[in-house]
Design a protein around this ligand. Structure first.
Ligand SMILES: C[S@@+](CC[C@H](N)C(=O)[O-])C[C@H]1O[C@@H](n2cnc3c(N)ncnc32)[C@H](O)[C@@H]1O
Ligand SMILES: [Zn+2]
Length: 277
């Protein structure tokens, strides 16, 4: 719920603290009087203005993602993330902090982490359709609509665990909101991720240089503490393949309609545990 996470949020306009105010509806108020309505499903938009980036997942993509993840195909990835997050939370030994997921989508991975880590969780995503689902994914999740590429409406050193799974990265802001004893867990696709679907449907491929680029992107502010490859081959029905394509970036979306048969899909990702420099 929003009340679980409000202490960790800050006003996107003036960066002061926010409090929950309940009168006819629920809203967040900052010290300077900026107000933000909490939508009925329990998420709040803290977008600073300037519109929503074109990378926000649409309602259709979010629905496909919820259905695909709900079927358990990525449970192995969720288990790995939850294990790494539980270790990170133990290491941080700091009760007064939250878990922050940047580009949280439906809140699937964050919910799995909160089952293991007894802290509040902020699901931040620029898509309100994603935030609406994330708000319901776990009782301790509060969902916030915000742009991960802009300044985050999150207080400095709020998080002891930061998740970033297949989502935009902002190393400068990630460093600011993470405690010195905390860890960031960043999950990215490997070059062979979904290789069968890339070959068959001409989908966007993962760049071979991605691992190197990721290291370079974080090098100034984070150290790579450990790396965890996670690979499995799924056997999917035509509907499941279509869902897997449909939940991905917009360019893929029309291809979902071309799917006629199921088949194998290699799932190959790598989780990086990063410690702040
Ligand atoms: C591939 S999905 C991954 C979602 C989730 N982490 C998961 O793995 O299920 C990428 C997510 O990033 C969100 N996103 C895209 N651009 C963003 C931005 N600038 N700030 C925050 N979230 C963004 C999308 O709306 C989408 O939910
Ligand atoms: Zn303000």
């Amino acid at each position: 719920m929003i009340s679980d996470i409000v202490d960790w949020l800050s006003c996107p306009h003036c960066a002061t603290a926010l409090i929950v105010e309940e009168s006819s509806g629920v809203r967040l108020l900052c010290e300077e009087g900026h107000a933000f309505d909490v939508a009925r499903p329990g998420y709040v938009s803290l977008l600073a203005g300037g519109g929503v980036p074109g990378t926000a997942d649409t309602a259709e993509m979010v629905a496909e993602r919820a259905a695909f993840l709900g079927a358990g195909h990525y449970d192995g990835i969720a288990d790995l993330i939850a294990d790494l997050a539980a270790d990170a939370a133990d290491g941080a030994a700091d009760d007064d902090s939250c878990v922050l997921d940047l580009g949280a989508g439906t809140g699937y991975y964050l919910a799995r982490v909160l089952d293991r880590v007894d802290r509040p969780g902020i699901a931040l995503d620029v898509s309100k359709h994603a935030a609406r689902l994330a708000a319901k994914a776990h009782p301790r999740i509060g969902a916030v609509v915000a742009d991960a590429w802009a300044g985050l409406p999150v207080r400095g050193r709020a998080a002891s665990v930061l998740l970033n799974v297949f989502a935009p990265r902002n190393p400068r802001e990630m460093r600011r909101v993470l405690r010195p004893s905390g860890r960031a867990i960043v999950v990215v696709p490997e070059p062979d991720h979904l290789r069968e679907l890339i070959a068959e449907y001409g989908l966007m491929a993962v760049d071979d240089r991605k691992p190197q680029r990721l290291r370079e992107q974080f090098a100034d502010r984070f150290e790579v503490e450990s790396e965890h490859p996670c690979k499995t081959v799924l056997s999917l029905s035509a509907d499941e393949v279509s869902r897997l394509i449909g939940m991905g970036p917009n360019a893929w979306h029309e291809r979902a309609e071309e799917v006629r048969s199921g088949g194998a899909a290699t799932v190959s990702v790598r989780a990086y545990v990063l410690s702040p420099r």
